[in-house]
Design a protein around this ligand. Structure first.
Ligand code: GRF
Length: 201
């Protein structure tokens, strides 16, 4: 019997792309899943180079193309994505993509939502706010996205301590380790679940 086609992940990344790297590594020789493409809004994103290293096609787009045209949607459709993973992607995803890929776009956020999310809450801003608030814990939230920043159904949260001596960079490093560990697992689980029959309510 012929083997079914591999499932396709498409990654969106705006920066360094260490999470993208983990996905590229994890699925490089996977029998059923592949990273089909990486999209970025930032010509200087190191994530683009990482995709190149793994021979994964990379696409760069402007704000105008993202919000005022169907170009990104059309480019995406050629890869028939089973899951779109926002891995350090900083722009709000427009309606045309949300409508085209319902329940297929997920984000990873470096804090325990619903706290420390929303517009402007990214990178060091998140970790600085967590430390300033004296939180004993932080962590990661992997969630479906919707039309608002960092809202949408949670898929997985994982926690880590915040130490009294932590700088934002220390906390960022600890949280990033959690991201690297859990993101590939969650992606794989979600794609496996797509094959299982939905439970009746
Ligand atoms: C991560 O902390 C991710 O949660 C956040 O942006 C950071 C991106 O890191 N959304 P990288 O580009 O994957 O290294």
């Amino acid at each position: 019997m012929e083997r079914p086609a591999k499932k396709n992940i498409v990654i969106f990344a705006s920066g360094s792309g260490s999470n993208a790297q983990r996905l590229l590594e994890h699925f490089e020789h996977h029998p059923d899943i592949r990273v089909a493409a990486l999209f970025s809004n930032n010509p200087n994103a190191y994530a683009l180079k990482r995709a190149e290293t793994y021979h994964v096609p990379a696409f760069l787009f402007s704000r105008e193309e993202f919000y005022k045209s169907e170009k990104v949607l059309q480019q995406l459709q050629q890869f028939q994505p089973d899951l779109i993973v926002l891995a350090g992607f900083l722009w709000l995803v427009p309606q045309n993509l949300l409508r085209a890929f319902p329940d297929k776009i997920i984000n990873i956020h470096p804090a325990l939502l619903p706290q420390y999310g929303g517009k402007g809450m990214h990178g060091q801003h998140v970790h600085t706010a967590v430390i300033q608030a004296g939180e004993p814990e932080s962590g990661i939230t992997i969630h479906y996205i919707n039309e608002e920043y960092d809202k949408g159904t949670f898929i997985r949260q994982e926690r880590c301590p915040v130490l009294p001596s932590d700088t934002p960079a220390d906390l960022a490093a600890r949280v990033l380790q959690l991201e690297h560990l859990h993101l590939p697992q969650v992606v794989e689980q979600l794609l496996d679940q797509q094959d299982q029959p939905k439970k009746e309510d």
